[in-house]
Design a protein around this ligand. Structure first.
Ligand code: ATP
Ligand code: MG
Length: 139
């Protein structure tokens, strides 16, 4: 039923839990995991003298988030593809889901922001609203 599962991570404990669910689903269905993180769009850095350096730093921080989750999933012995995306987050995740034709998106209900009182984060809400495939919001 699920051949390719997009796992979206933001470095939060919530997305670590999502990673475990994605791994469980991938194992159960023999699916490939497509691991993605979207770093913030770099347009706000335009005009800074050290633009290139700031962009590189942003990408490195994003890559570190991917690496951490990849390490967590390594012992689970499954095929993992990954992509470092440029934000805005929800749009980037939705575009990647379309481009890779995934059958399932797995992500946390909340993330790094976690302002109390909100059930959904803005990224999970938008992705769940617009995705064309099932979305699993973990908690
Ligand atoms: P908000 O960001 O609106 O303050 P929040 O941080 O609590 O709220 P979301 O950002 O919606 O909630 O995070 C929910 C889930 O979405 C995360 O657990 C993660 O799986 C995914 N996610 C959030 N940000 C990103 C990102 N930049 N790249 C990839 N996935 C992300
Ligand atoms: Mg967030």
């Amino acid at each position: 039923m699920f051949r390719k599962i997009l796992l979206a991570v933001d470095g939060s404990d919530h997305s670590e839990i999502a990673a475990d669910y994605a791994a469980g689903m991938a194992k159960a269905f023999g699916a490939t995991v497509f691991l993605v993180h979207a770093y913030p769009h770099t347009s706000d850095l335009l005009g800074y003298e050290d633009f290139e350096k700031l962009v590189a730093r942003r990408k490195a921080a994003g890559q570190a988030i991917l690496n951490k989750v990849r390490k967590r999933l390594a012992p689970k012995d499954m095929t993992i593809l990954e992509d470092l995306l440029e934000g805005p987050e929800a749009e980037a995740i939705l575009a990647a889901a379309e481009a890779q034709q995934v059958d399932l998106v797995v992500m946390g209900t909340r993330g790094l922001g976690a302002i109390e009182g909100m059930v959904f984060g803005s990224v999970s809400r938008k992705v769940a609203h617009h995705a064309r495939c099932p979305v699993m919001l973990t908690r």
